[in-house]
Design a protein around this ligand. Structure first.
Ligand code: NCD
Length: 307
């Protein structure tokens, strides 16, 4: 049974095929309108979500399939003390594929060992968020033609931001990628990314505090929200939450074709005045999430023999 826990679960060639399929889906919507007829996706979300859950559900509905699930731990039997393992065992009898988001790192992985259906990690604590990464890669490829030869600035909460960890893991496999990691010293990337991924693979990267200073060298700026829910105390969050605010003045320092990405939701880190800048790609990115998730659902269901 094939699951998706990390973007590394797909080879570069498999990611290429997934993105080609997403392109075809985007161009020929009607061809896929019944592709998952009679199949069901369960979305088990123990943490808040707008884009990830709804884009998964939109993806399955666009494929002619059904969806069921819960949107918070309070509305499931988790509130009564049920384990993720028991929940997934039961859901394996109700659905053909399942997307799980959980505040505990590794919870979706635990689910895989008790599941009879493919499990997709839709975000586990501050660890990984592979389907956001698929969306990010697909957006970069659609807007830049290919993935490679890029200086990528990642700015904000690099410590707790799971989208950041998955994105770095995925991008190091492409040619000539250089990272500029922009954060306050308290929110730098964890050592399992700096040492075990970047240093271990000899990937060029710098860690800086000032966004202004590095703006002119970036091909992509990936902004992130300070992850309030992962902080141990509110004071630290308040001190750091407005550390970076991307506004028109800072955009003037950037290359004419630099792309601004953000997994969303944004709080204050991108001023709304940037939304009309042609380089602001974050809403396109959010829309792309549906097509790549359609491609993912189709691929995993086919491999599981359910299609
Ligand atoms: C991200 C997440 O949940 O990690 N959101 C998303 O899925 N697009 C980013 C965030 O919450 O800041």
């Amino acid at each position: 049974m094939r699951h998706l826990m990390s973007p590394l679960d797909f080879t570069i060639d498999e990611l290429y095929d997934l993105m080609k399929l997403a392109d075809d889906i985007q161009k020929n919507r009607s061809k896929y309108a019944k592709a998952c007829e009679g199949r069901t996706l369960a979305t088990c979300f123990y943490e808040p979500s707008t884009r990830t859950r709804l884009s998964f559900e939109a993806a399955m509905l666009n494929l002619g399939g059904n969806v069921l699930g819960f949107a918070s731990a309070d509305s499931s039997s988790a509130a009564k003390g049920e384990s993720v393992s028991d929940t997934i065992r039961v859901i394996s009898g109700y659905a053909d594929i399942c997307a799980i988001r959980h505040p505990k790192e590794g919870a979706p992985l635990v689910a895989t060992s008790h599941s009879g259906i493919p499990v997709i990690n839709a975000g586990d604590g501050g660890h990984q968020h592979p389907t956001q990464t698929l969306t990010d890669l697909y957006t970069i490829r659609s807007l830049r033609g290919e993935i490679g030869q890029l200086t990528i600035g990642i700015c904000g909460d690099l410590k707790f931001g799971r989208t950041v960890h998955s994105l770095i893991n995925a991008l190091v496999r492409y040619p000539d990628i250089r990272f500029v990691l922009i954060s306050p010293p308290e929110l730098v990337v964890p050592s399992y990314i700096r040492d075990d991924v970047l240093k271990a693979r000899g990937i060029p990267f710098t860690e800086v505090k000032s966004l202004e200073d590095v703006m002119p060298e970036l091909d992509i700026l990936y902004m992130t929200r300070v992850q309030r829910e992962r902080f141990f105390n509110e004071e630290d969050y308040i001190r750091m939450k407005d550390f970076y605010i991307l506004d028109k003045a800072k955009m003037e320092l950037a290359k004419e074709n630099m792309l601004v990405l953000h997994p969303l939701p944004r709080v204050n880190e991108i001023s709304v005045e940037v939304d009309d800048d042609p380089r602001a790609a974050y809403f396109t990115q959010a829309h792309n999430g549906v097509f790549i998730r359609m491609a993912l659902i189709l691929t995993l269901l086919k491999e599981a023999g359910s299609l």
